[in-house]
Design a protein around this ligand. Structure first.
Ligand code: NAD
Ligand code: DAU
Length: 341
């Protein structure tokens, strides 16, 4: 199989590329990525010399960028992915997430190859009780979520209208190695290591459903191989936690792993102005994945969090390279006022 992985230099995409090269040593993988601020070839240093791996720099919005590339299936991770950035400026989200997905749909339509479109539980909006299943209504609340919901609807329309062989996955919050420092889990770990305030939006009681990134990658691979064309699959670990619980757990574990004083790290917690339109709770019902594809997560939350903390402690060069550059402009825009006492 020749696989085109779009967005393969990002957090989940790079973990997925590594997973495929290990799980399917006979596959050829083309990593197609624009290398935005979130894309980083350093995420794949360990596999870059593999004879089965090729990197192509390109934009999924570019109609001509795929000429000369041969592939049987596309797995689409390419996206603008951060909710807070979509609140600052929605335009790149509409361009890549909506127009880019449309361009990919046109390409797979013309070539007759399969597409696995990686989406998110955020398309369902927020729910006070119960769980999102694949038939729950799409009620996105952030510009990011609206752009992903739009892309999902385009996939659906291409399946219905052109019989494109496409599937959509909707996963909950991922954490693990190579996650860009703007997201909650790495942000807490890095700020704790740097002795910086840890910003908690609102009352800290928003609930997210956390999954270790490798478990997500395994699920995507199962859908690619055994999923049914035209179907949607929800992916989640049945691991709901309020943010403040996750943040305290991370700070306690960083203290244990580094020998720092636990109270000093817990004192970094700083409640700040809430995110606009902040979804209160996400909760995925993964029963379709479990029953139809036999998928289930392998990693417990406690183990996964420790693995992740250890990875960030051992890979300071990776995140120091990012947090010393352009990223700090974003950080100051996002947190400068919020963290002023
Ligand atoms: P990320 O921001 O870490 O990576 C996105 C990657 O896409 C980067 O490598 C970037 O360079 C690339 N990219 C962006 N625009 C592009 C374009 N126009 N053309 C080609 N490449 C482009 O994102 P992530 O967290 O790895 O998320 C990957 C996918 O999974 C996204 O579609 C996201 O919506 C979805 N998802 C993420 C999570 C999560 O918790 N992070 C959960 C569920 C679903
Ligand atoms: O649910 C899946 C989604 O999870 C993905 O589709 C998105 O791409 C991914 O970014 C993630 O979205 P969230 O908005 O849930 O993730 P984030 O890490 O930004 O925030 C997690 C929670 O923590 C959320 O309730 C906001 C809160 N938070 C976040 C940051 C960055 C804080 O309290 N403080 C912070 O500094």
């Amino acid at each position: 199989m020749k696989l085109l992985v779009t967005g393969g230099a990002g957090f989940i995409g790079s973990n997925y590329v590594r997973h495929v090269l290990t799980a399917h040593p006979d596959y050829q993988v083309i990593n197609f990525d624009k290398l935005t601020y979130a894309g980083n070839l350093g995420n794949l240093k360990d596999v870059e010399s593999s004879p089965n791996y090729t990197f192509v720099r390109g934009d999924i919005c570019d109609r001509n960028a795929f000429e000369g590339l041969e592939f049987d299936a596309v797995v689409n991770f390419a996206a603008e992915s951060h909710v807070d950035r979509s609140i600052l400026d929605a335009s790149p989200f509409l361009r890549t997430n909506v127009m880019g997905t449309h361009n990919l749909l046109e390409i797979v339509r013309r070539r007759g190859c399969a597409l696995l479109h990686v989406s998110t539980d955020e398309v369902y909006g927020s729910t006070a009780e119960g769980f999102f299943n694949e038939d729950s209504p799409l009620q996105p609340n952030s510009p990011y979520a609206a752009s992903k919901a739009s892309s999902d609807l385009l996939v659906r329309a291409y399946v219905e209208t052109y019989k494109v062989r496409a599937m959509t996955t909707r996963c909950s919050n991922n954490y693990g190695p190579y996650q860009f420092p703007e997201k909650l889990v790495p942000l807490v770990i890095i700020n704790a290591l740097n002795g910086r305030p840890v910003p908690v939006y609102g009352d800290g009681m928003n609930v997210r459903d956390w999954i270790y990134v490798e478990d997500h990658c395994k699920a995507v691979d199962m859908v690619l191989h055994n999923g049914k064309a035209g179907e949607v699959y929800n992916i989640g670990s049945r691991n709901e936690r309020p943010n403040i619980e996750v943040i305290k757990l991370l700070l306690r574990k960083v203290a244990q792993r580094t020998g720092r004083n636990e109270d000093d790290l817990l004192n970094l917690i700083t409640f700040v102005k809430d995110r606009a339109g902040h979804d209160r709770r996400y909760a995925i019902d993964p029963v379709k994945m479990e029953r139809q594809l036999g998928w289930g997560p392998d990693m417990s939350f406690d183990q996964g969090i420790l693995k992740t903390i250890d990875w960030y402690i051992s890979n300071r060069d990776w995140w120091q390279g990012i947090t010393s550059g352009e990223y700090m402009k974003y950080y100051d825009t996002q947190y400068g006022e919020r963290l002023k006492k």
